[in-house]
Design a binder for this molecule. Structure first.
Ligand code: FCB
Length: 462
């Protein structure tokens, strides 16, 4: 950990914890909830060990205690998602009153705990019925999402000051439709391009639906930007990196911030020029002004030209240096580049929230009952210093949400990846704040950094 002294964040800076419904709630079908694509994907054995969201961290029942824990850990805001099929089991017109009632109670509990809700409307649990009608390959799904968003905001809008339309459309589109790693598990690069556009459109359609139903809430979207470096200066490597950057970042930031798709991506994704996919008026709709930009940061990769890789001819690799237990690069410093990119490359001047940052480590409970996750503390310390550098270069960063409060269902890797700052013993659902949770509590309370490396701070919460 590089230690360059104390560091303070601006007054009013938001420290939050981020979560998502499918990953922590469990009890998917309780109170009339419908099935989603991740239930089916898990049942088909596509997740590690066939893990699924049936029980998860039982947040569906334990949310009052979890909110109290988040408050005691110093957070002032809580990012969560509303499960689409709990509220609208088939994804279309039929509303499930019990789902609305549940989230009414959840919001009340957040507010009682002094936690400002930031709500994501789509964090990947697409109703299975919509998938059966084509899912994100069907433009109609974007209309269904806007209807859903309008109904949700009409009901809850008086209590939620921050709405996020979609979480990480790149992951839904490309991990879900090109790489087959996420639900619905397709492996078709062109399909991913269509899904990307329809997800962008879902955001675009949802913005006016949200605004029509709330007076002063702020509306934004969350993208996972990626730091992509060419392996060498060779023109083929540079071009391969540009393609990956275009896919991961450009395909989402450019339509949002400039109202166009990156022209250099058309040879790889001809659907961008197909007027049955990208219809007249779509880009105006996608680029309608938002109030803030949400950014998630995890990926920093090096890209090398590789003819054997279909279509993009680009091989993604971890950068040199420390790696996580799953072989990805451990590069918290990359948060600076992620924060600078929208302004530098697209002229964006929007307020930004880091809506997720964090990493998985091999956490375990020591015989003394503590989880000494010093590697996570180092990660956060470096990431927050990177965020500070970006702010000093002019980025209007308003807050940081850590991923995540509780160990949870991490999609294709099931329960094997622990990203939480609170350890969950799944057999008993016991919550054990890790050392990083206590360290973060101090960061949030003093709104700054100052602890020495090797922090062994207080292991108690009041
Ligand atoms: C992000 C997702 C989030 C979580 C983290 C680790 O891509 O938005 O739900 O799984 O990765």
């Amino acid at each position: 950990m590089t230690k360059d002294g104390d560091l303070s964040f601006p007054d009013g800076f938001v420290w939050g914890a981020a979560t998502a419904a499918y990953q922590i709630e469990g009890h998917r079908r309780a109170d009339g909830g419908g099935e989603c694509i991740w239930d089916v994907f898990a049942r088909d054995g596509r997740t590690l060990n066939g893990d699924n969201g049936d029980i998860a961290a039982d947040h569906y029942h334990r949310y009052p205690d979890d909110h109290a824990l988040a408050r005691n850990l110093g957070f002032t805001s809580f990012r969560m998602s509303f499960s689409w099929p709990r509220i609208s089991p088939e994804g279309s017109t039929r509303r499930n009153q019990a789902g609305f009632d549940h989230y009414d109670r959840v919001l009340d509990s957040l507010l009682e705990n002094g936690l400002t809700p930031m709500v994501t409307l789509y964090h990947w649990d697409l109703p299975q019925e919509l998938q059966e009608r084509g899912g994100w390959l069907n433009r109609d799904t974007a209309y269904r999402f806007a209807d859903h968003a309008g109904a949700v905001v009409e009901h809850f809008g008086d209590r939620v000051p921050f709405w996020i339309t979609t979480n990480e459309p790149w992951s839904c589109a490309f991990l879900g439709h090109a790489r087959g790693l996420h639900a619905p598990g397709m492996r078709d690069y062109h399909a991913a391009g269509v899904a990307a556009h329809n997800l962008n459109l879902a955001h675009g359609f949802a913005v006016p639906a949200i605004r029509a139903n709330t007076r002063d809430a702020q509306v934004g979207v969350t993208h996972c930007l990626q730091v992509i470096e060419p392996f060498s200066d060779a023109p083929d490597d540079v071009e391969a990196a540009r393609t990956v950057d275009g896919e991961a970042n450009g395909l989402f930031l450019e339509p949002l911030l400039k109202g166009s798709y990156p022209a250099h991506m058309v040879p790889y994704l001809p659907c961008l020029e197909d007027d049955t996919v990208v219809r007249e008026g779509d880009l105006e709709c996608i680029s309608a002004p938002v109030d803030f930009l949400g950014l998630n940061y995890y990926v920093h990769e090096v890209v090398r030209f590789d003819r054997t890789i279909p279509i993009v001819h680009a091989c993604r690799m971890a950068p040199l240096g420390p790696l996580t237990t799953i072989g990805s690069g451990l590069r918290p410093d990359g948060l600076e580049e992620i924060l600078l990119k929208p302004g530098r490359d697209y002229g964006c001047r929007l307020p930004i929230y880091v809506t997720e940052v964090g990493y998985l480590f091999n956490d375990y409970v020591n015989p003394d009952g503590r989880v000494n996750d010093i590697a996570r503390i180092r990660y956060y310390d470096e990431a927050f210093r990177a965020a500070d550098r970006a702010m000093k270069k002019g980025v209007d960063l308003r807050g940081i949400y850590v991923w995540t409060l509780l160990d949870d269902f991490e999609w294709d890797s099931g329960y094997s990846s622990r990203y939480g700052i609170v350890f969950v013993e799944y057999g008993t659902q016991t919550r054990i704040p890790k050392d990083s949770a206590y360290w973060l509590r101090d960061v949030a309370r003093r709104n700054g950094l100052s602890d020495p490396p090797g922090y062994r701070g207080p292991a108690k919460i009041d």
